[in-house]
Design a protein around this ligand. Structure first.
Ligand SMILES: [Zn+2]
Length: 203
């Protein structure tokens, strides 16, 4: 697991940590390592802008963001190039799965709204960097700009920048590992893998 300095209730998994949403051996190991409950709140991810308020563990239907005010309830999403984003306040926490479709639909903004007015800080986890995320014009337009260049000189998009824009000035830290280049992470773009890494946030 990768911990973000200053975010004691956030952890970003690697491919070797496994997908603790469905793999209960992985979930037990991750929970033990982090000292958190094995009873996680999860969602069925669909690249939407739907955020659910979780008051207990278990599946919460089709959504791409989870918010809770329940102390000790872990919220989990999984990614393989898409961006995991955790947003934390003193008494509320959110986690979001944000690919370009979710960003275009406003998932990050929806999560911030669902958390209320409490001051917040955010951390963006490992995802495919603009170095490797070649996209067409339609993706640039859909996420509101943030065009960049890949290492090989073609057009790409910087999803982290698009997400920072939706965070409305919230202080944001980024864990800058590119999931496509760094073998610790599953990358759908790299090899079409069905494997995922989980990101977990809790109060
Ligand atoms: Zn890269």
């Amino acid at each position: 697991m990768i911990l973000a300095p200053g975010f004691p209730g956030v952890a970003f998994g690697t491919i070797d940590d496994g997908d603790g949403r469905s793999d209960l051996v992985s979930r037990t190991a991750i929970s033990a390592a982090l000292g958190i409950s094995e009873d996680w709140a999860t969602v069925h991810q669909t690249h939407s802008n739907r955020v659910v308020l979780a008051v207990g563990a278990g599946g919460h239907g089709a959504a791409d963001g989870l918010v809770t005010k329940v102390l000790g309830l872990p919220l989990a999403v999984a990614t393989a190039d898409c961006v995991p984003v955790a947003i934390v306040g003193d008494s509320v926490v959110a986690i979001v799965h944000a690919g370009w479709r979710g960003v275009a639909a406003g998932i990050v903004h929806a999560a911030v709204d669902a958390m209320g007015t409490e001051p917040k800080r955010a951390v963006i986890g490992p995802h495919i960097g603009p170095c490797c995320y070649e996209v067409g014009d339609e993706v640039i337009a859909a996420v509101g700009g943030h065009a960049a260049k890949t290492r090989w000189g073609s057009q790409s998009v910087d999803l982290a920048k698009a997400i920072v824009a939706q965070l409305n000035g919230i202080e944001t830290h980024t864990v800058n590992f590119c999931s496509r280049e760094d073998a610790r992470f599953a990358s759908h773009r790299e090899n079409g893998t069905p494997r995922r890494q989980v990101s977990v946030a809790w109060l």
